[in-house]
Design a protein around this ligand. Structure first.
Ligand SMILES: [Zn+2]
Length: 255
């Protein structure tokens, strides 16, 4: 029996001959492994849908434990991201983070919308990648159950800490002079406006996620803190992120 799902490809793995196994985040079934037979054949009707970061309506059938991709019609290719080597690297990092924070059989419609929207603002609206990256990381981590506590200093309770810092291991805010008890982590410095932007990103309606502006310096604080927070909470590094940063350093000339 066939079923139809909408989903975006988070990872493609080439297997024997012309096949691929796709990791797809679907709207209704959460994360799903999908076998795309013959997807690497030039004239395959599922070739377009079987690419990283393509969002499609997929017709699947079940064979044992496997979902097999029978047919697909693409909804959004995100060409603006795909055709820019730096944005594609950033999108791949978003996909890797998303894969880590979603599960099979657990629908995560908010996370799916977050990812689709991030790719749209990057590729079509051409928003500043550093801003999209920082907001995406924080919001995704929060939706995945890792929300930093930014309401006030965890030590003295000040709403607007003097020289605020984010302890990325414990996920709490503190003033530079307020030392956390049993501290074992790493604290990243913030400023008043980067802190305000981070609070906005955690509380706003989804459509307002990127509706903030920061000076380049404040954006840098936010970006560094969000990235360190994601790495500390998920307890790992990301090769897609390393690649993206390498590209940025080289001004996109790496091939
Ligand atoms: Zn304090």
């Amino acid at each position: 029996m066939h079923r139809i799902v909408e989903g975006i490809v988070l990872r493609e793995t080439e297997t024997k001959e012309t096949d691929k196994i796709l990791t797809v985040l679907t709207r209704t079934e959460g994360k799903l492994a999908v076998v795309a037979r013959g997807a690497r054949r030039r004239r395959s009707r599922i070739a377009a849908a079987a690419q990283l970061l393509v969002y499609s309506e997929m017709t699947l059938y079940q064979k044992g434990n496997w979902s097999i991709l029978d047919d697909a019609s693409t909804i959004e290719l995100f060409d603006g991201v795909r055709q820019d080597v730096e944005l594609l690297a950033l999108g791949s990092y978003f996909a890797e983070l998303t894969e880590l924070l979603t599960a099979e059989d657990v629908p995560a419609p908010e996370i799916l919308s977050l990812l689709l929207n991030a790719l749209y603002v990057l590729g079509t609206l051409r928003r500043e990648p550093a801003q999209v990256k920082a907001a995406f990381e924080l919001r995704l981590l929060a939706l995945g159950g890792f929300e930093p506590m930014l309401e006030c200093c965890a030590v003295c309770g000040a709403d607007v800490p003097e020289e605020p810092m984010l302890d990325v291991v414990q996920g709490v805010l503190h003033c530079r002079r307020c030392v956390l008890e049993g501290r074992r982590g790493l604290s990243m410095p913030l400023c008043a406006s980067s802190l305000a932007a981070m609070r906005h990103v955690l509380r706003c309606a989804p459509k307002k996620l990127y509706a903030f502006s920061l000076s380049p310096g404040a954006l840098r604080w936010m970006e560094d803190a969000a990235e360190a927070f994601a790495a500390a909470q998920l307890e790992r590094g990301f090769c897609t992120l390393d690649f993206y940063k390498q590209l940025r350093r080289s001004g996109g000339t790496l091939r």
